[in-house]
Design a protein around this ligand. Sequence first.
Ligand SMILES: Cc1cc2nc3c(=O)[nH]c(=O)nc-3n(C[C@H](O)[C@H](O)[C@H](O)COP(=O)(O)OP(=O)(O)OC[C@H]3O[C@@H](n4cnc5c(N)ncnc54)[C@H](O)[C@@H]3O)c2cc1C
Length: 383
Amino acid sequence: MSEFSLIEETVRETAKRFTERYWIEKDKAAQFPKEFLDEAARLGLTSLLVPAEYNGVNIKVGDYVGLVRLVSSLHGVAAGDLLMAYNTFGAHPLFTLGSNEQKRKFAERLITGEANPCVAVTEPAAGSDTLSVSTVAERSGDGYTIRGRKIWITMSHITRQMILVARTSSPQSGRRSEGLTLFLIDPHEHSGIRTSRIDDIALRALGSCEVFFEDVHVPREAVLGEEGKGWRALTGIFNLERLSTASISLGTAELLLNKAVEHAKTRVVFGRPIGANQAVQFPLAEGKVWLEAAWRLVRDGAEKMDRGEECAFEANGGALLAAKSSNMVADAAMQVFGGMAFAQDTGIELHWRNLRLFRVGPVPEELALSYVAHNILKLPRSF
Ligand SMILES: Cc1cc2nc3c(=O)[nH]c(=O)nc-3n(C[C@H](O)[C@H](O)[C@H](O)COP(=O)(O)OP(=O)(O)OC[C@H]3O[C@@H](n4cnc5c(N)ncnc54)[C@H](O)[C@@H]3O)c2cc1C
C-alpha cells in the first residue's frame, strides 16, 4: 500500500471518532475543535506541505487537495478549513517565501498543531478590492510600526502564525499593486494587537474576528518575501487558497449528496420512496455531474501548480464552479430532507450554511468571473 493510500485509510478510520454530533455541537457552542486538531496533527494532516527536511509529510499539491476534499467529505467545512489554514496559509507561504530563520521558527508549530495559521487581508473598506488595503507599516527604528484594522480573519484570536498584508509605500508609478508587503508574525510576541470575535453563521467552530493593530512594532525580519512585492506573493497564496476552498466545498457537498440520496431511498411518502420521483432524482443527479466536473478543473489546477505552471484560470474557475455546484447540491439536500432539514440535529443546515460562504469568500463569484473576463477573454476591464 502506498504512503498516500495509508494516509487516506487512517483519515477514514479517524472519522468514526469525530461524528456528525461532534461537529454540530462545536458549531452550536462556537467552540474550537481542539480534539480534532490534535488528532489531525498526530496524523500529519497539519504538515502535508511541510518539506521532509523539516519533518513534514511533504506531498504534492495534487494529492493535498485530494485529502482536503476527503476530510471535508467526512467532516464538513470546519475540518477542511483547518487543514487549509495549516497547509495553505501556514506551510505553503512559509516554504515558498520564508527566510531560513522564519522556517526554523514556525515549522515545528505546524507539525505539533500549535500554529493555527491565518491570513489577514480583508479590511472593513477593502474586501474584494484587495489593493485598497489601508493598514500601513511605517519604517521605524530597526523595523516597522503597523496601524490599521482587519475584519473576518478566521482563527486570528488563537493564531501563533499570522500573515498580515500592509502597505509599506504608496504606489509611485500609479500601479496599485506596488508597495504592499507581507509580514509573518506571532501576535503573542507583539503588544497593540486586539481581536474581537464576530457572531457569524459560517465557520463558527473556528471563529472569525476583527483585528485591530495599534502602533504594533515588528522587526525587519518579520517581512515575508520582499518588501513592496507583496501583491505578487499574495496572488500565489490566493491561487492555492481558491483550489483549497474549492476542494472543501466539493467534499462537503459530496457528504450532503450522500445523505440526501440515502434519505431519498428511505423516506416513504404517498406509499413509495421520495427518490422514486424524477423531480427528486434529477437535482441530485445533476449535482453529482457538476461536482465531478468542478473537481476535474480543481485537480487540473493543483497538478499545474505542482508542475510550476500558471493555474489562476483553474483556481478562479474551480472556485466558481465548486461554489455554484456545492450550493446547488446543498439546496437540493435541503429540499429532499423537507422539514427535517430545518432541525439542527440532522446536520443538513450546518453544511448548507457553511457552504454558502464560498459564493462570497475567499473570492465572490462575480470577481472570479471578472478574472476570466479580463485575463482570459481579454474583455475591457470593468475596474
Ligand atoms: C466566515 C468568513 C471568513 C473569512 N475569513 C477570512 C480570512 O481568514 N482572511 C481574510 O482576509 N478574509 C476573510 N474573509 C473575508 C472574505 O474573503 C471577504 O468577505 C470576501 O473577499 C468579499 O469581500 P467583502 O466581504 O468586503 O465584499 P465586498 O467587496 O463588499 O463585495 C460585496 C459583493 O459585491 C459584489 N461585487 C463587488 N465588486 C464587484 C464587481 N466589481 N463586480 C460585480 N460584483 C461585485 C459581489 O457580489 C460581492 O460578494 C472571510 C469572510 C467570511 C464571511
